[in-house]
Ligand binder design. Structure first.
Ligand code: FAD
Length: 459
């Protein structure tokens, strides 16, 4: 859709969350001329990247009355994509050689990501717009505007009216726990990766890790440094899968998924192998969860599909007043936040128009039909896989911003191939120097590298 020549409106916008999505969104809304209030229930910016050794009282996070620990970051976590691809496009995530506390590696640790987000918030003066330790408890449409009820710790709740609300509250805090037949009588310890921090508690244990995607692959190797044996149960593997993986202590196996668990402590895999385990670690992902939304049934979640969202951002019946940033799972998260929030900002100002409600619903239904035709269940609705760059470029064209760079897309593709073929070493040994050079040439051309080697914003 072409940008319109309509008058541009400035709206008063509430952003929920000051993680990467909320910070990037606040900046884009400001750039478009809106006024912004960011609500954040923690004391600082960074969201998921604020590591805490604290975990929830219920290790599976099933108790609805537990007190929530937001972050799912474990102590050994390093990024799973290279820093050049990860950073925002005009504020690249460059190594900071001027500060010894920073991690200059290409796949840095989680503290470095938090420091980058703090740099970003400082550079663009986002902190001034944030109300810290303020939780949004209710959001509802009222007479064409949005009522936002928030609660600052210790105070009574506060109601305010905004023209629009952008939800940036993250989706890696509400665990999805896989069901195992017989698990109720199984006597061992169970924990979800949301509450995993360090391998120490698993010393000399036999541990089953369920899931072999990013967290499962990392956590199984982390635990294998101290455990007696670690067995990964992988749903993506053939039913006869049974293989020893090359790790220093020679104690890591991959199996097909679990068949049953038993009272005597045994776990039976679909490949027929039996393991007597002390602990199960569920690396089985997370559920979308927006407890503060009151939208009279316009938004519902079914099998982890958020019904209905146009391009995973706008609910047609409530657009453009309500929007969501960061829902799809894909490689280049921060750039997705940037492109989606440029679109939201431009739609709110009237610079770009959305199609009619009917057309948006038609588009959503055709996406659902394409998933159905491929035999994919509803929980795949927001997993974009190979079409992620097509998706981002569609939005980028819609709001007239640059398309995703060739080197960035290719780094994600080749990084993923390395993750699969060399999971132990993909962060330290690579074969895509050509792509790294392309990235740094572009940063240089756009004058985004300062004398000290860190991001210098020229805008
Ligand atoms: P969050 O960072 O979760 O921020 C949401 C914020 O909203 C939080 O600060 C929270 O306190 C606040 N909030 C929530 N509810 C409320 C409320 N009601 N009121 C007020 N505030 C509220 N991505 C990468 O690009 N590279 C990686 O290497 C990478 N590794 C990952 C590793 C793990 C283990 C996980 C789980 C994810 C990883 N990701 C990675 C994806 C990651 O989710 C994104 O990078 C990104 O940081 C998410 O940002 P966000 O702002 O959407 O959510």
């Amino acid at each position: 859709m072409e940008p319109t020549s309509n008058p541009i409106y400035s709206q008063h916008v509430a952003v929920i969350g000051a993680g990467a999505a909320g910070l990037i969104t606040a900046r884009e809304l400001l750039r478009e001329g809106h006024t912004v209030v960011v609500f954040e229930r923690e004391k600082e910016v960074g969201g998921l990247w604020i590591y805490s050794p604290k975990t929830e009282s219920d290790p599976l996070s099933l108790d609805p009355n537990r007190s929530i620990v937001h972050s799912s970051v474990y102590d050994s976590l390093r990024t799973n994509i290279p820093r050049e691809s990860m950073g925002v496009r005009d504020f690249p995530f460059l190594p900071r050689f001027d500060d010894e506390s920073r991690d200059p590696r290409r796949y840095p640790n989680h503290r470095e990501v938090l420091a980058y987000l703090q740099d970003f918030a400082r550079e663009f003066k986002i902190e001034e717009m944030i109300r810290f330790e303020t939780e949004v408890v209710r959001v509802e449409p009222v007479d064409g505007k949005w009522s936002v009820q928030s609660k600052k710790s210790g105070d009574s709740s506060n109601d305010e009216i905004f023209d629009a609300v952008v939800v940036c509250s993250g989706h890696y805090t509400e665990p999805n726990v896989a069901h195992i037949p017989g698990i109720k009588s199984w006597p061992g310890k169970q924990i979800h990766s949301h509450n995993y921090r360090v391998p120490g508690p698993y010393e000399n244990e036999v541990v089953v890790v369920i899931g072999n995607f990013a967290s499962g692959a990392d956590i199984s190797r982390d635990i294998a440094q101290v455990a007696k044996e670690v067995h990964i149960a992988s749903r993506a593997s053939e039913s006869d899968t049974y293989k020893k993986l090359p790790v220093p202590h020679n104690n890591l196996w991959i199996h097909s998924e679990i068949d049953t668990a038993h009272e005597d402590g045994s776990i039976v895999f679909k490949n027929g192998k039996v393991v007597y385990a002390d602990s199960i670690v569920y690396c089985t992902g997370y559920k979308y969860h927006f407890p503060f939304l009151e939208t009279n049934g316009y938004i519902s979640i079914d099998e982890n599909r958020i019904e209905h969202l146009y391009k995973h951002v706008f609910p047609p019946a409530l657009a453009p007043g309500l929007s969501f940033i960061g829902l799809p799972a894909m490689g280049i998260q921060f750039v997705m936040f940037e492109i989606q929030s440029k679109w939201v900002a431009a739609v709110l100002s009237g610079r770009v128009k959305l199609p009619s409600q009917d057309k948006m619903i038609e588009d959503i239904n055709s996406w659902y039909a394409s998933l159905h035709a491929l035999g994919l269940p509803k929980r795949y609705t927001h997993k974009l896989g190979k079409i992620q760059s097509e998706y981002l470029n569609w939005i980028a064209e819609e709001c007239g911003c640059p398309l995703v760079e060739h080197w960035r897309n290719q780094q994600i593709v080749r990084g993923y191939e390395r993750l699969v073929s060399q999971p132990e070493t993909y962060r330290d040994e690579w074969d895509d120097n050509d792509l790294m050079e392309e990235a740094y040439e572009e940063f240089g051309r756009n004058k985004l590298i300062s004398k000290n080697g860190f991001s210098s914003f020229q805008g």
